[in-house]
Design a protein around this ligand. Structure first.
Ligand SMILES: [Zn+2]
Length: 416
């Protein structure tokens, strides 16, 4: 199983939007964007919602059938490790092996020095096509990186072999993710990590590094776009080099996590893909849940009341909701409207505050980020929430589809 060059990760917290998401991808395909969908949902999301992994497979299968999608599609066990992989094994064919927790754990010094002895090519002045000037790596630097990542890569190997034993080699797509950590991995780090991944014989098809800058949930990229562009291009060059040098799968590509709504880096990413011919996987999970809320609000009446209730309860439980996401949100308390103020809002005011239109004076990124992490509130509302999704289906579908197509697929994969 070999994933296509361009793949688009969609998450669907409440498993009601697979058709609207696929519709956006279909519109993309009709306009010339050769992308395949990957439905992803993590253990954390399943636990919060109270759903089981097979529900995502059913939603995906159903959407594919209903819309007559005749290309490939995948179901991603997002951010799994050995403790939680079991429930995902049957229903997933894409596994995001998350070893971020192992980064920085002390590695066996003998294993590290054996690794460096095995890879003299990693030390010195390394010429990589596509990177201006050579990459300079000293033995000390390589040792530092190996110390930092060796445990993580060995663990990825252990998880990969466990999955392969159960599903059979070649029957699934493997991603290795290291994005949920504090320090970004530089292109030289990436080269060393890929050498170690090759040693572990992990047929990695997508790799998710932590890039420079902030990838906050549901809002635009915060950081130096020029620096991001250089790093992204250098990563692509390193990947192409590592494929040739270490015999990694020739479709190995970058995976951008928290990739939704990062509008200011889409142009640099599109340029890089065009210039290099590289592939891309991008995960856009959380943005769909916010479009559900927008669709509810836009439907007005009971839908708007429910959308307001979700905000009121999210505000009441702000600390608890934000805590697990502290490193990936920036909510300014002073910018959050009071529950009383929101109670008096029209549908348009709610939609304008939430929709990710940075040109709209009423757009409120703090409001948006709090609601982004507030899906637990909707999960607790249970049937009241789910029934309203059905009642307001028309406006929700329109918003989910338009958001993915106009604001994500178009700027990333289609010519202006
Ligand atoms: Zn992620």
């Amino acid at each position: 199983m070999k994933i296509e060059k361009y793949s688009f990760g969609v998450g669907d917290r409440f498993a009601h939007q697979a058709k609207a998401q696929l519709k956006a991808i279909q519109l993309g395909a009709e306009a010339g964007a050769d992308i395949v969908p990957v439905w992803n949902k993590s253990h954390r999301e399943h636990t919060t919602i109270g759903s089981e992994p097979p529900s995502l497979r059913s939603a995906a299968d159903e959407a594919v059938q209903a819309l007559g999608w005749d290309r490939n599609y995948y179901v991603d066990a997002d951010h799994i490790n050995l403790d939680i992989v079991e429930g995902f094994l049957d229903c997933s064919d894409f596994f995001t092996i998350d070893v971020a927790d192992y980064i920085g754990q002390a590695a066996d010094p003998a294993a590290v020095s054996a690794f460096l002895d095995r890879h003299p090519e990693l030390v010195g002045s390394i010429e990589i096509p596509g990177i201006d000037g050579a990459i300079e790596i000293t033995r000390e630097y390589a040792e530092g990186v190996a110390n930092q990542f060796f445990k993580a890569v060995s663990e990825a190997g252990r998880i990969y072999r466990h999955i392969a034993e159960r599903k059979g080699e070649g029957n699934f797509v493997t991603e290795v993710s290291m994005d949920e950590t504090d320090a970004p991995q530089t292109p030289p780090d990436m080269l060393i990590i890929l050498a170690a991944i090759a040693d572990e014989k992990i047929p990695v098809q997508t790799i998710a590094p932590k890039f420079t800058g902030r990838f906050n949930k549901g809002v635009d990229y915060v950081g130096d776009v020029g620096q991001f562009e250089k790093e992204f291009n250098d990563d692509l060059a390193v990947i192409a080099h590592a494929i040739a040098q270490y015999g990694l799968p020739d479709n190995l590509k970058l995976s951008v996590h928290s990739g939704s709504d990062k509008f200011s880096i889409y142009a640099p990413i599109k340029r890089a893909l065009k210039d290099t011919g590289a592939g891309l996987h991008i995960k856009t999970a959380g943005t769909t849940w916010l479009e559900e809320l927008i669709g509810l609000a836009e439907a007005d009446g009971d839908g708007l009341v429910l959308a307001k209730d979700v905000y009121t309860q999210a505000l009441e439980n702000k600390e608890a909701l934000c805590a697990p996401y502290a490193s990936v949100i920036d909510v300014d308390d002073a910018a959050l409207p009071s529950a009383e103020a929101v109670a008096g809002w029209t549908a348009r005011q709610y939609v304008n505050a939430l929709r990710h239109d940075q040109g709209c004076p009423e757009f409120n990124p703090s409001f948006r980020q709090l609601l982004h992490v507030g899906y637990k509130v909707a999960a607790k509302l249970g049937d009241r929430y789910l029934n309203m999704l059905v009642e307001c289906e028309e406006s929700i579908t329109r918003n989910v589809c338009t958001n993915l197509f106009d604001r994500h697929i178009q700027p990333l994969f289609l010519d202006d």
